[in-house]
Ligand binder design. Structure first.
Ligand SMILES: Cc1ncc(COP(=O)(O)O)c(C=O)c1O
Length: 429
């Protein structure tokens, strides 16, 4: 869905609650809550109408002669409403949703790349994205090279004529390192000066950890933004989904890609994100950030903790970039709800600590995923990032990832403190 409607004059925190409420293709103006559509196929009044739907498929909405829904995998009204909202939230031109965050990642890349192309990606990425690059791209003749995206000069130097796409997460899962998107966009622009339009270098950013509430990469120069809707955008842990926000020039190819590879978001899941996830996003994140800062500050004081990374901490190594890049709809600092910390393994066994949390904590759950109403804990090196086993990028990444939920921060701290104490006693025995 293109972001053609604007809600002029209202703050994003208001229209994330109300949305546009209608699209040019389908009139939902009478609904206070958008309807959940559930129709795998659509009645076509004439052969001509069916032919028009296929002929115009993937064209910008404005060029089409009216709404033609054909089949759920091609297009769906509830999904389109969500896509319109997400495009507007990211200040992008268009958005397409997908069956999962990974379906969105692979489509954002797959719709652009062909054999012989090269991707330049940050050393450390979500484990399944790393696996996509290592396990599948070599078979497709796509080369993936790595660079340290925390250093934009290193990225600029690593770009070759074959490089078609720059890819990173910011904040990086799980270390919360940040990538300076404006500096990266400059490196891309410099490389594009000597390139024909069809070979333009594209900057793709996975902004899942931040959500559009904490950061809007297109405003900083990114071409494409990818999200897992499964996380804070969905927010309640009920549905899996993904989204790609892109320029209009990529919209057609991405839509054809989605139709042919088939990874569409269920309208029921789109509805959940639209009705529950988006309107509550600012409230949830503000509360989670309040708690995350308290938990991070407490962890920082613990003698059993070697390192704490949270962009909201004064000690965060990229503090000034965090303040510049991570801002909410009102321009306030928005460091998000994710914490990464490392225990002092000479004094406490991290596995014993996590096992104790799993066995005894009420307010913290051992589970992968993030951006949930419930606080989740996991060990990336053994779980979400296990695809990196033995790889240098994970050297020293032996910590614990915390996704702060909506519980009272004092209860989260109480559970962490109790598990640290029990795990420490075990080590002493
Ligand atoms: C940064 C990041 N990107 C993408 C994904 C993939 O999302 P999904 O699980 O919805 O496919 C994840 C999942 O944890 C993630 O953390």
């Amino acid at each position: 869905m293109k972001a053609e409607e604007t809600v002029a004059g209202y703050r994003k925190t208001t229209w994330i609650v109300h949305g546009a409420g209608r699209t040019r293709k389908w009139d939902f103006a009478h609904h206070v809550v958008p309807p959940m559509t559930s129709s795998s196929t659509y009645r076509l009044q004439s052969a001509e109408r069916g032919a028009r739907g296929f002929r115009d498929y993937g064209k910008p909405v404005g060029d089409q002669g009216g709404p033609v829904y054909i089949y759920d995998r091609l297009d769906d009204p509830t999904r389109e409403l969500l896509e319109g909202e997400l495009a507007r939230l990211e200040n992008g031109e268009a958005c397409l949703t997908f069956a999962s965050g990974m379906a969105a990642v692979s489509a954002a890349l797959g719709a652009v790349l062909k054999a012989g192309d090269e991707v330049l990606a940050h050393d450390l990425l979500y484990g399944c994205t790393h696996s996509l690059f290592e396990r599948w791209y070599p078979r497709q003749g796509i080369r993936v090279r790595r660079a340290d995206f925390r250093d934009p000069r290193a990225v600029a130097e690593a770009i070759t004529p074959a490089t078609r796409l720059l890819y990173c997460e910011t904040p990086v899962n799980p270390t919360l390192d940040l990538v300076d998107l404006q500096a990266l966009a400059k490196a891309r622009d410099a490389a594009n000066k000597a390139r024909a339009a069809e070979r333009r270098l594209i900057l793709v950013v996975d902004s899942t950890f931040a959500t559009p509430f904490c950061q809007r990469p297109i405003e900083r120069g990114a071409d494409v933004v990818v999200h897992s809707l499964t996380k804070n955008l969905g927010g309640f842990g009920t549905d899996v989904g993904g989204a790609v926000v892109c320029p209009e020039s990529l919209y057609g190819d991405l839509k054809w890609y989605r139709k042919d590879f088939g990874g569409v978001l269920s309208p029921k899941s789109a509805w959940a994100v639209l009705v529950y996830g988006l309107p509550t996003l600012p409230v949830r994140l503000k509360r989670q950030q309040y708690s995350a800062l308290r938990v991070a500050r407490w962890l920082e004081k613990s003698p059993l903790v070697k390192e704490v990374r949270y962009p909201g901490l004064e000690s965060f190594p990229q503090r000034s970039l965090a303040r510049r890049q991570m801002t909410d709809f009102d321009g306030d600092f928005a460091p998000g709800n994710m914490i990464y910390f490392r225990l002092d393994s000479r004094r406490i066994d991290p596995v014993a600590f996590v096992d104790d949390v799993a066995a005894n904590a009420y307010s913290i759950t051992l589970a992968v995923s993030l951006g949930h109403t419930k606080t989740l804990i996991e060990m990336p090196s053994a779980m979400t990032h296990s695809a990196y086993a033995g790889a240098g990028a994970m050297r020293g990444v032996d910590g614990v990832r915390l996704s702060i939920g909506l519980e009272s921060p004092s209860d989260i701290i109480r559970d962490i403190e109790a598990s640290l104490a029990r795990a420490k006693r075990l080590r002493r025995k």
